[in-house]
Design a protein around this ligand. Structure first.
Ligand SMILES: [Zn+2]
Length: 390
């Protein structure tokens, strides 16, 4: 990897990271001496968003991110299969670099982490980072039906068809970002604690620390099968329009204390907290937003009043929601013979078994839902909406 590639790795992989001059790379400073001039080599900040387009022309493009997801105008796409991850469960012996780059806090990820399902290519991870607000104001980048959430996680991946993220970042579909919303819940989220407990070590801009590996999967929602998908951009300069976005429907719950740690620890310089590090929603300009699941509008009517489960465990895939139609198996009156009688008896037994099994599955799902509620939530409940409409 040449200096430029290394530079880009540090600079761009993030939707947020560009750390453009990296004045004081805390370790090594491997790449910052020989920046070629050109776009992307200027300072930027969240206080001069209106100026981004001057130094970074792509920021004024027609396919920018973030966006507001209007759930009434999303299109169900049955080809959006569940997101499948590989290699996310890192051993504690592995060390990861956590860095305050003055725009966000970034956790560098080894390229053994991959998205192997739910996208048209294999993508490997580069880093993850966060966007947040302040005590009095939420700070997610994407919004849903106009609602902004307290925070948002972005896990940045690049298409393995390209040799480096440096190449991928400029190609359509070169990047894939998994995004999820952070909300406040009643309990500490133990998965997030693996990361939050180290923020104290990187309070000042430019600081970094090595932290032990953990299961990165735990930073994402349990449900990876329900999401929104659209084509957009990096949400920070240079704003390249090369990102295949996945926004999970289920949110992540952190305790109020944990949300406060995210909001009140990272400084961009000695005296100034870094807060409200998000960009406002950008115009869709005719882009379509797809969903991997059916909503109340335009959705196929569920047979037998059996809407899809509101929350299912990550193990149960969408297809398992195709319930048998209980009570729908009306038998025609057959001519009566011994064989026919037996057939009827078996049919009745079968129906009874099917209905019992169906009831059991529903009960189990509800239990799962309850048990997962403490750590996650859903932002858009198609089933509930259907019930309301009925
Ligand atoms: Zn981001």
């Amino acid at each position: 990897m040449g200096p430029r590639a290394l530079y880009t790795l540090l600079l761009l992989p993030c939707l947020l990271g560009p750390h453009v001059r990296s004045e004081e790379p805390p370790e090594g400073g491997e790449e910052h001496k020989d920046h070629p001039p050109g776009p992307g080599h200027h300072h930027w900040s969240y206080t001069d968003i209106a100026e981004w387009g001057t130094d970074f022309p792509d920021c004024g493009g027609m396919a920018q991110s973030p966006i507001n997801v209007d759930t009434k105008n999303t299109t169900f796409d049955p080809q959006l299969t569940p997101i499948q991850l590989s290699g996310y469960d890192l051993a504690a012996s592995e060390t990861l670099k956590l860095e305050n780059n003055k725009h966000t806090v970034v956790l560098k990820l080894p390229d053994s982490l991959k998205i192997v399902g739910g996208l048209p290519h294999i993508y490997q991870a580069a880093q993850l980072h966060f966007h947040w607000g302040s005590e009095s104001s939420p700070g997610s980048e994407h919004t849903v039906n106009g609602r902004r959430f307290p925070g948002e996680i972005h896990v940045v991946h690049y298409n393995t068809e390209y040799k480096s993220i440096d190449k991928a970042i400029k190609q359509p579909g070169g990047l894939a970002v998994l995004a999820a919303f952070i909300e406040e819940g009643p309990e500490d989220n133990p998965e997030y604690q693996h990361l939050l407990e180290h923020l104290e070590a990187v309070t000042d801009g430019g600081q970094s620390v090595e932290i032990p590996g953990f299961d990165i999967r735990g930073l994402l929602p349990q449900q990876l099968d329900r999401y929104f998908r659209y084509n957009g951009s990096l949400t920070t300069p240079p704003c390249f329009q090369t990102v295949n976005w996945t926004i999970f429907n289920q949110t992540i719950l952190l305790s109020a204390k944990q949300v406060a740690v995210l909001e009140d620890t990272i400084h961009f310089d000695h005296d100034h907290l870094l807060q409200m590090n998000f960009r406002d929603p950008q115009p869709l300009n005719g882009r379509r937003v797809f969903s991997s699941f059916r909503g109340p509008v335009g959705g196929r009517k569920a047979a037998g009043a059996a809407p899809h489960p509101t929350v299912s465990s990550p193990e149960s895939d969408v297809s398992s929601a195709h319930d048998p139609e209980p009570g729908g198996h009306s038998q025609e009156d057959p001519p009566l013979g011994t064989g026919d009688m037996l057939a009827i008896i078996f049919a009745i037994l079968f129906t009874f078994t099917a209905v019992s099994f169906y009831a059991y599955v529903r009960r189990t799902r509800k239990t799962n839902q309850r048990s997962s509620d403490s750590k996650s939530n859903v932002i858009y409940k198609a089933a509930t909406a259907e019930e309301n409409m009925a």
